[in-house]
Design a protein around this ligand. Structure first.
Ligand SMILES: [Zn+2]
Ligand SMILES: [Zn+2]
Length: 380
């Protein structure tokens, strides 16, 4: 095996390194095809140890697609573009936030040590298995426990004092037939989502998709950068795939199912056609941690956040201190508005105009009193 450090030393001497093709690299490093492939994999696993050489590493590590399946080529190409952009911002932020990172380093190390010993003692050090299990727990039990708690209020219309937080006050009827159909579809989608997650991990473990998860708990600045990237990546992918789903044929055959719930309830968050669940719901959530090579703990935190957020967005209640679900609730009420999650792209494309003119817009914020900003019962 060729030591990475000696290859890196040679690469340091090169200018405009990203413009050099793979063949020239192979000759320069005196590697045969197999060694070059091993080098690529090693480089990816150690990418974060050498932040100053990002451009060089990315160029060599991902440009050689010759041994990969065409599908993997496309994914890895998206990866190099996304990571190139993401890593540049991350590196700049890390430089700016060096002081904060230095101060918080002992805490980062403490989290890392606790986490490592937990995985070692409970799961024999098998990180992938441990995190798959945690992912499974978030995807199924957390969804059902939290979702059922919200839905309980809808079914029994109790406790009464909570009903003033209901957004579409006059239309909250849940019947057994709809609920049974919902449960079957949601369970099917959850199994599909888990299968996609497991397949994704399998592709990584077998190096078909080159980028691997980081083995280090991130610094604070790195964590913030990753989190912002996850949110923005999901926003872009969700907005456009969701908007596409509202076009004639796709709406009739795929997305209409999700809109059967004009007054959404929490458990209907992933009540949709399986194709929609894979492309609109699952893919935009998985791709962020993958592009950013996030630690598995961070990926699972993100998964937990997205599950709780989507339940909140569909729950139909706007509680004090919580993120506002009014934006997506209004999408279910009026259909061809508010396609995104944050609302940035809706604002850019003007797809939130009706929402902005409506009374609901006044209430679209976090509030801290016990009564909603304006009375929902007078809005319908
Ligand atoms: Zn929805
Ligand atoms: Zn929709």
């Amino acid at each position: 095996m060729v030591p990475i450090s000696s290859c890196i030393e040679r690469l340091r001497t090169l200018d405009r390194v990203e413009r050099i093709d793979c063949g020239r690299f192979e000759r320069l490093l005196s590697l045969d095809r197999f060694q070059f492939r091993q080098f690529q994999i090693d480089l990816h696993q150690n990418l974060r140890l050498y932040p100053h050489n990002h451009h060089a590493f990315l160029a060599i590590a991902v440009k050689d697609f010759r041994f990969l399946h065409p599908f993997a080529c496309v994914i890895n190409y998206i990866y190099i573009r996304g990571l190139h952009f993401g890593q540049t911002i991350a590196y700049k932020m890390e430089t700016i936030n060096l002081t904060i990172d230095n101060i918080t380093e002992p805490y980062r190390l403490a989290v890392e040590n606790h986490y490592e010993s937990f995985i070692l003692h409970r799961f024999n050090g098998d990180h992938k298995f441990a995190n798959s299990l945690i992912g499974l727990f978030i995807t199924i039990p957390v969804y059902w426990i939290v979702g059922t708690a919200y839905t309980f209020i809808d079914i029994y219309q109790w406790p009464k004092f909570i009903l003033k937080y209901k957004i579409q006050m006059d239309k909250s009827q849940v019947n057994g037939k709809d609920l049974r159909r919902l449960v079957k579809q949601v369970l099917f989608n959850q199994i599909l989502g888990i299968s996609l997650g497991v397949s994704f991990q399998w592709l990584q473990v077998n190096h078909i998709l080159i980028p691997q998860s980081s083995t280090r708990i991130p610094t604070i600045s790195r964590f913030i950068t990753e989190w912002i990237s996850f949110i923005l990546i999901r926003e872009v992918l969700f907005y456009y795939t969701h908007r596409l789903c509202h076009h004639g044929y796709l709406y009739r055959h795929i997305h209409k199912r999700h809109h059967e719930w004009q007054t959404p309830i929490a458990l209907a968050a992933i009540y949709c056609h399986p194709i929609e669940h894979a492309i609109v719901n699952t893919f935009p959530v998985l791709i962020g941690p993958y592009l950013m090579q996030s630690h598995l703990l961070v990926s699972n935190l993100w998964l937990l956040y997205t599950v709780l957020l989507t339940l909140n967005d569909h729950c139909g209640y706007h509680f004090p201190w919580s993120l506002s679900p009014v934006f997506h609730d209004f999408h279910h009420l009026k259909f061809n508005v508010n396609y995104g999650i944050l609302g940035i792209l809706d604002w850019l494309h003007g797809t939130d105009k009706i929402f902005r003119k409506s009374k609901y817009f006044q209430n679209h914020r976090i509030y801290f009193g016990l009564t909603p900003p304006s009375d929902y019962s007078k809005m319908n």
